[in-house]
Design a protein around this ligand. Structure first.
Ligand code: HEC
Ligand code: HEC
Length: 334
């Protein structure tokens, strides 16, 4: 059986609550992935292998990637902060401020478009842009710094049969990000047949999420995102509103529309939204459940659901049960 069809079997198996599927190996790469999310699709020219992902993991944590040693990818995407940075807005290498909040890089392999406005069409392309814009690197110079490290020389020879280059460094980073999938949450264990894994409040919250509160219309499981772009009113009333997706499509309906983020591990990745304007998960849920601020381009799916404070708390309990508790070990740099 081809791995692609096996991947869909994993999805089917999960909805049927079969725990056996939780340990199906990754696409022929030979390592076990015990996660509720099946492996994301790989592009044909950059298949994920364990050795390539391990190389990307080192690079993600390595400040030498910035060329001058000042910053690493994980200077803004911290594992313990849900691969985000706990700040409304972050400061780039060189001192400039980002105008949008650092999103999580959990589950990023499942999207078809990257950044809050989806302007990057491939993950490799997004990473190449972040390498330059966020950590300030001249890729060719930075690749030469990496290529001078004996440990990396050996790793790249083994994985790519070549010396580190701007292109294969981005490929290794992408392979690593495709393994950062936020499964193994209490909710996944509940779905796999353990009724004691979540609280009664979380269960009630799950009912609300896909029922009365209307959240699942956009936050579709198992990723809890539809991968689409919606205006939820956050730019309403600002002096110079962020045009969001409009910049990419030039369509009026996309004005101030942003990508629906995954809600897996959302409880640890605050503050929230593309502008980082809301500090707590309670308030983020309250905002979404109240229908958001009025805006001519706001999605009609976002309306005031008239929820009680108890129901808001139940939604928060459900979202908190989506927090992954998988183990993660930081890499040893060569
Ligand atoms: C200074 C902080 C900072 C650093 C350092 C940083 N990023 Fe980011 N990252 C951001 C911000 C801010 C965004 C969102 C920008 C936007 O949407 O316009 C982002 C977005 C992303 C996304 C898109 C996620 C999605 O789902 O659309 C990925 C992937 C990513 N970064 C990977 C990386 C990698 C790889 C590196 C290292 C080369 C890196 N980042 C370094 C702040 C940072
Ligand atoms: C119309 C589609 C839509 C609906 C319905 C919807 N959301 Fe969202 N949600 C989004 C989008 C798009 C964003 C990002 C908006 C932005 O930053 O501008 C978002 C952001 C969030 C965030 C912040 C996540 C982060 O990482 O910053 C939370 C939490 C959230 N939604 C919860 C909910 C809940 C709970 C409901 C139901 C009450 C809900 N959403 C209904 C589309 C939707």
């Amino acid at each position: 059986m081809k791995w692609r069809s096996r991947r869909w079997l994993v999805v089917a198996g999960l909805s049927a609550g079969l725990i056996a599927c939780m340990t199906i190996p990754h696409d022929g790469a030979g390592y076990a992935r015990s996660s509720a999310l099946p492996a994301p699709p790989d592009p044909v020219d950059n298949p994920t292998t364990p050795a390539k992902a391990a190389l990307g993991k080192q690079l993600f944590f390595d400040p030498r990637l910035s060329g001058d040693g000042s910053m690493a990818c994980q200077s803004c995407h911290f594992r313990h902060l849900g691969w985000a940075d706990a700040q409304p807005l972050s400061r780039k290498a060189g001192g400039g401020m980002n105008t949008r909040h650092t999103p999580t890089v959990y589950n990023t392999g499942y999207y078809n478009a990257w950044y809050w406005d989806g302007r990057a069409k491939t993950l490799e392309g997004q990473i190449t842009a972040a390498w330059k814009a966020q950590i300030g690197a001249d890729q060719v110079k930075a690749a030469a710094v990496i290529a001078a490290v004996p440990g990396y020389q050996a790793g790249f020879r083994q994985v790519f049969g070549a010396a580190p280059s701007a292109e294969n460094i981005a490929q290794a980073l992408a392979a690593f990000l495709r393994t950062l999938n936020s499964g193994e949450s209490p909710w996944d264990r509940y779905m796999a047949g353990d009724p004691a894994a979540v609280s009664a409040d979380a269960l009630a919250g799950s009912e609300l999420f896909s029922g009365k509160a209307g959240c699942a219309a956009c936050h579709k499981p198992p990723l809890y995102s539809d991968g689409l772009f919606h205006n939820v009113g956050l730019e309403a009333g600002k002096a110079s509103p962020d045009p969001g997706r409009y910049t990419v499509t030039q369509e009026a309906a996309d004005r101030s529309a942003f990508k629906t983020p995954t809600l897996r591990s959302v409880a640890i990745s605050g503050p929230y939204f593309h502008d980082g304007s809301v500090a707590s998960l309670d308030d983020a849920v309250r905002y979404m459940a109240s229908g958001g601020k009025a805006d001519p381009h706001k999605s009609p799916l976002l309306i005031d659901r008239r929820l009680s404070e108890k129901e808001i708390a139940q939604l928060v309990a459900f979202l908190t049960a989506l927090t992954s508790d998988e183990r993660f070990a930081s890499p040893r740099l060569p």
